[in-house]
Structure formats: C-alpha cells, structure tokens
Design a protein around this ligand. Structure first.
Ligand SMILES: Nc1ncnc2c1ncn2[C@@H]1O[C@H](COP(=O)(O)OP(=O)(O)OP(=O)(O)O)[C@@H](O)[C@H]1O
Ligand SMILES: [Mg+2]
Length: 324
C-alpha cells in the first residue's frame, strides 16, 4: 500500500550568502503492506514528520519516488489525496465549532450525504470517547480531548491509507491505550496505517513493523521482536543513579571501563546513570559482574536483568539512547 524508494527532502533556509540547506530526510526506503500498522520510531528532528508530509502530498520530495495504494505520489498527487487520511502532529482545531459539527462537515466535504455524515459523526464520537464534550466548543477542550478529535476527523471518510503523526502525543496513559485500541480497530476495518512515534512502548506494542529513523536515515527495520532478537542475549542494567546524584560520584565511569573489558560482556553503555551491559546470559554474568565491582570497591544500587528493548536496538545502531 505504501512503497518508498530513496525518498529525500532538503530544505533551503535563509537567503543569499547566508543560505544553507537542511537535509531533513536523506533517502529512505520502506514498504507497507495492506492492513499493516507500521511505525517510524525516532528522536526529535529525525525526519519523521517530513517523511509523512511528503507521503501525504503536503510537501514535494527533493528526490526519490513513492507509490500509495498503487498511485504515483509525484505524478498523481490529487489521486493519492483521495485515498489517504492525514493527522498532523500539531492540532488544527481551535475554533468556535464543536466536535460533532466539525465531524459532520468533514464527512460532507468527502461527498457524503447529511444523514450518513451525521451517522458517521455519532460513531466517531463513541469510538474516540468524545461523548462528554462533543457538543461543546472545541476551544474549551483539553489537549488530549483535542488530539482524539484530530484523529477522529482524519479517519471519518475511512481512507485506505491513514497517516498519523504522533497520534498519542500529549495523551495520558489510559488515553494512549484507548487510542491504540482505536488504531487497531481501524486496521480491522481494512485501513493500512503508517504512524510516527518517539514512544518505545508504542512502537513495540502497536506496530507490526518498525523503522527506526535517525538524522534522516533508517538505521534498522523489522518487527519489534525481530529487532530485539538482533540484540542477542540479555541486558543487565546496573543502577548508579544514586551515586551520580549523591556524594561519591565517579563510580559509573569506573564501572563502565572495568566491565567493558570483561570477557563475558559484549558491550557496556552508560545511559542516564545506569550501566547497560550486553551479555549472553544474565544468570551467569550477574555473579561475575558483582564480584568484579566489589573487588574494585564499587557498590552499585540495584542490578536488574531484562530482555533487550527497542531502546537497546536504537542504542546499538546510533550510540545514543532514545529513552534518554
Ligand atoms: N520547513 C522546514 N524548513 C527547514 N527545516 C525544516 C523544515 N521542516 C523540518 N525541518 C528540519 O528537518 C529536520 C526533520 O524535521 P521533522 O519535523 O521531520 O522531524 P521529526 O522526526 O518529525 O521530529 P519531532 O519528533 O520533533 O516531531 C529537523 O532538523 C527540522 O528542523
Ligand atoms: Mg514530527
């Protein structure tokens, strides 16, 4: 349903001699099959929104090609537009209208009759839990309420392909979970969904496949479980947060240096006061790690064994942590 090859976008900023270019998206390839939920996971400025806006025909690519539902993005943008829905990262609704009124208008704009539009609006109000405020002015909504309305507006005409730019940004945890259920329901209804997120748990539990994007390039791609399997073995997280914040300090760098050289540790990465150690087996590594630390007089806080997360994948590919 979506196929992109070498998609690029450079922005020119400034004028005359001071002009420079920003390479926002540096050639991305990906494919999304019918009925999949695929996510772009990446930090601020990675190029997620720029990619989405190119696919939604809002900005013209600087290079590369894409087809959406079989239609060429560059040759037939108007036809692409008819097949897609798009929810921007920033909400566009701040007016004196109400959710119900905007939903009806949006459906009518897609050529539906008044009665069908009213029915669809009522359905969307239920599905996105807008009941309590649907007839109130939109400018009185909270951020999370507005976000749910944004998504409801984007999908009202049941497009074949739905683009969601950070659908759960600003939502509280229960609202995020409900939004995930709603996105899955859209997929059950036959939509193909491409979304962006910088939430690791969202990429992990909502997306069938994930492309990890950093600085305009895709650095890893696959199902969440396949990506995590790439990081073989276990992760042992040794917490030094108390030491870093408190009086002793210095233990984290010392422990990193010590354990990076240990034969049973594949990699040692300090992240936010915690030392992540990549090992074959936590059960055999933990006693060795403890002994090595205590022999040097280093007393860490908690030691925890866990399976690799998408953040471990991100760290392995970029040298930085997304959680950080
Ligand atoms: N119109 C523009 N002109 C100049 N630079 C731009 C423009 N739009 C985006 N950029 C730059 O392109 C890069 C990618 O931006 P983009 O909005 O795609 O990132 P993102 O991954 O969506 O980040 P976020 O998680 O913060 O939403 C950034 O460096 C940004 O400053
Ligand atoms: Mg963005």
């Amino acid at each position: 349903m979506i196929e992109a090859t070498g998609l690029r976008k450079s922005f020119r900023v400034g004028r005359g001699r001071g002009a420079t270019t920003v390479d926002a998206v540096r050639g991305v390839d990906f494919a999304v099959r019918r009925g999949e939920i695929v996510g772009f996971l990446g930090p601020n400025g990675a190029g997620k929104s720029t990619t989405l806006r190119m696919l939604a025909t809002l900005i013209r690519p600087s290079g590369g090609a894409a087809t959406i539902a079989g239609v060429d993005l560059l040759r037939a943008p108007a036809q692409v537009r008819r097949r897609i829905g798009f929810v921007a990262q920033a909400s566009g609704t701040y007016d004196d209208s109400t959710a119900r009124r905007d939903l009806v208008l949006q459906a009518r704009m897609h050529g539906l009759s008044k009665s069908v539009a009213q029915e669809l609006a009522a359905g969307a109000i239920r599905a996105f839990q807008l009941d309590d405020f649907a007839d109130r002015k939109i400018k009185t909504y909270s951020g999370g309420q507005r976000r749910r309305l944004d998504v409801a507006l984007g999908v009202i005409h049941s497009p074949q392909v739905m683009f969601l730019d950070e659908p759960t940004a600003g939502l509280d945890p229960p609202s995020r979970v409900r939004m995930w259920q709603e996105v899955r329901r859209l997929r059950e209804a036959g939509m193909t969904i491409f979304l962006t997120t910088h939430y690791l748990d969202e990429a992990d539990s909502l997306c069938d496949r994930v492309s990890i994007i950093d600085a305009g390039r895709i650095v890893a791609e696959g199902t969440p479980s396949a990506l995590k399997r790439e990081i073989s073995g276990d992760v042992v997280a040794v917490d030094f947060a108390a030491e870093v914040a408190g009086e002793t300090g210095g233990d984290l760098p010392a422990a990193t240096k010590l354990l990076a050289e240990a034969p049973y540790v594949h990699a040692a990465e300090p992240v936010d006061g915690t030392l992540r150690l990549y090992v074959d087996s936590a059960a055999t590594a933990i006693p060795q790690i403890m002994r090595a630390l205590y022999d040097r007089g280093i007393e860490p806080g908690a030691i925890e064994a866990r399976r690799p997360s998408l953040d471990d994948v991100f760290l392995a590919k970029t040298g930085r942590s997304l959680a950080e």
